[in-house]
Design a protein around this ligand. Structure first.
Ligand SMILES: Nc1ncnc2c1ncn2[C@@H]1O[C@H](COP(=O)(O)OP(=O)(O)OP(=O)(O)O)[C@@H](O)[C@H]1O
Length: 248
């Protein structure tokens, strides 16, 4: 398991991040002065009640959405100060995404889906590298299959291989097990855990499931757009207990 220390330089640091959406009766605050860091080479889970701002937080941390105020530092790049062109480069070259619905391209086979980020980056696609990425997720023998010919868990593993092949500084996963049954979800989490432990990568994921969050090194709890708690080296029971405090 990764070492967690407060002096460890975070992969992404949010400082005083606030965000509102426009509602019928004026702005609706979704994130309120959020300050936190996501440690390098660790798996951090973000949890909280529905509507507490988890996806918005993830999107702001990943440069997919812009806060109204505050700083989001990816290394020493402030994403809030970036223009659209710079943000496109950050999304393409420095961060990776894993989504609940896998988001694979249906007309491409697993190999071509994994090769896609390198093609988009204009990099040379080496067959060995793509096959190695597929091997890492246990799917080298399924390289020629299209998404519709793969199970949900296999599709999510292809999506993880596609993310890793571009070697992002940080991987953001929004409910990566949300569409999977419990046992398939466990396999996907073991894979993400290995990505952190063996490949020394940084992963930040949103989840509703205490058993999934228990795979993380740290859990950050959000409620009404504020960070209200943190648990290091969590167990499923401790997570469920904390959650019940805000979900009552
Ligand atoms: N584009 C948008 N426009 C207006 N309101 C939005 C928008 N995106 C999110 N919201 C609102 O912001 C709040 C937080 O949404 P967010 O998706 O970040 O929460 P969440 O904690 O991820 O929720 P869930 O667990 O249900 O996915 C919600 O009340 C949501 O309705």
């Amino acid at each position: 398991m990764s070492l967690l220390t407060d002096v460890q330089l975070p992969a992404v640091q949010l400082a005083g991040v606030s965000k509102s959406y426009r509602g019928a009766a004026g702005p609706v605050p979704v994130l309120c002065e959020v300050s936190l860091g996501f440690p390098q080479r660790a798996l951090t889970a973000v949890m909280g009640p529905s509507g507490s701002g988890k996806t918005t937080l993830l999107n702001c941390a990943a440069g997919l959405d812009k806060p109204d105020r505050g700083k989001v530092l990816l290394g020493d790049t402030d994403l809030v100060a970036c223009d659209e062109r710079q943000l496109t480069e950050v999304r393409r070259d420095r961060v990776g995404f894993v989504f609940q619905q896998f988001n694979l391209l249906p007309m491409l086979d697993a190999y071509e889906n994994v090769a896609l980020p390198l093609r988009l980056q204009g990099r040379r696609v080496k067959r060995d590298r793509i096959m190695e990425a597929l091997r890492e997720v246990g799917l080298a023998d399924k390289a020629g299959r299209r998404p519709a010919q793969l199970s949900g868990g296999q599709q999510q593993r292809v999506a993880i291989a596609r993310t890793l092949v571009a070697e992002p500084e940080i991987v953001f996963a929004d409910e990566p097990t949300g569409s999977l049954d419990r046992s398939t979800g466990r396999q996907v989490m073991a894979l993400l855990r290995g990505v952190v432990d063996r490949a020394a990568r940084t992963v930040v994921m949103v989840t509703h499931d205490p058993a999934v969050a228990a795979c993380a090194d740290r859990v950050v709890f959000l409620s009404d757009g504020e960070v209200v708690g943190r648990l290091d080296h969590p167990t499923a029971d401790a997570v469920a207990q904390q959650l019940s405090t805000w979900e009552r």
